[in-house]
Ligand binder design. Structure first.
Ligand code: NDP
Length: 279
């Protein structure tokens, strides 16, 4: 019998995680099955219990369940506890263990796949929701010069900056409104808002992209996202979407579950080719 894993979400039909984990399993010779499971919004805990009863060994968790997953865990990794959200579950001896691999996935994509060091950089993080919260500690660990969190509701950005202040030794960490960005420049601008999902453009003041800057949208799709279009027209030198982050957070989860780190470049290239073919 192969070991059973899944990704829970709602909606979930278009998830790329089953294909990613099937590729990792084939590459590493691990005997596992990985399925997409639709959970009802009001019965996520019951879906976890049923999956454990079925023999499930672990699961990924995506929108809208990451915060519910955090609340369900019996044990949390430090990074999941800090993020207040869980995207990776492991079922061990009747206990639910939770981790959050999103931040590690983002940093690995930027550093390894895009070849961009974050040390000493001025980083702008747009958004103050679950995705943003999950990446702040791993970004701070890279020792940037500054991390500014900007959000439509500025109080949430300020609260996040305050919540992570103890990890920010040597980093200028602050939060506020989009309007406060006027007159500032950043080397790396990361969009962790859901604005691209609804096709909305962000009210970013002109001139925030420093020469040579990287614009990174956590969202991905077959075409350019509205944020990356804006970034390109405002002078960002490099643009990247979140497909690499998706693959890298999956690799981190797979490593946790199976004790083997899969190679990601080939998997990312295949997914990219499949997305382009759709366009
Ligand atoms: P949340 O719902 O937790 O947070 C949404 C954030 O977006 C909030 O800061 C919200 O601001 C802001 N926002 C929403 N709509 C708009 C808008 N029209 N204009 C400006 N700001 C807006 O979502 P998540 O944090 O979980 O996810 C954010 C994005 O990151 C999604 O696109 C998701 O797909 C992507 N993601 C990608 C991953 C990957 O592996 N590539 C992993 C995780 C997430 P406010 O507080 O004012 O409401």
């Amino acid at each position: 019998m192969s070991d059973l894993y899944c990704v829970f979400g709602n909606p979930i039909a278009h998830s790329k995680s089953p294909a990613i984990h099937a590729a990792f399993a084939a590459q590493t010779g691990e005997n596992l099955r990985y399925e997409a499971r639709l959970a009802a919004v009001d019965s996520f805990f019951a879906a976890i219990s049923a999956f454990v009863a079925e023999g499930g060994c672990g699961a990924n968790v995506t929108v809208p369940f990451k915060e519910q997953a955090y609340r369900r865990c019996d044990r949390l990794s430090d990074r999941a506890a800090r993020a207040g959200a869980v995207n990776t579950l492991q079922f061990i001896d009747g206990a639910v263990h939770g981790d959050n691999t999103d931040g590690a996935g983002l940093v690995r994509d930027i550093r390894t796949n895009l070849g961009r060091a974050l040390a000493g950089q001025r980083i702008l993080l747009l958004g103050a929701g679950g995705a943003s919260r999950g990446v702040i500690a791993p970004l701070l660990a890279e020792k940037p010069a500054a991390l500014f969190i900007a959000n439509r509701s500025p109080d949430k950005a300020q609260q996040l900056a305050a919540a992570f202040a103890e990890l920010a030794a040597g980093v200028e960490l602050s939060g506020g409104a989009f309007a406060q960005l006027a007159g500032q420049q950043f080397d790396v601008v990361i969009n962790a808002t859901a604005a691209s999902l609804s096709g909305d453009s962000l009210p970013l003041p002109a001139g925030i992209f420093a020469p040579g800057s990287l614009a990174y949208d956590m969202m991905y799709g077959k075409g350019e996202t509205p944020f990356l279009t804006l970034a390109r027209t405002q002078g960002a030198a490099h643009c990247a979407d979140g497909l690499g982050m998706l693959v890298e957070q999956a690799a981190e989860a797979f490593t946790l579950w199976r004790g083997k780190r899969p190679e990601t470049a080939g998997v990312l290239a295949s997914l990219r080719a499949a997305l382009s073919a759709q366009g």
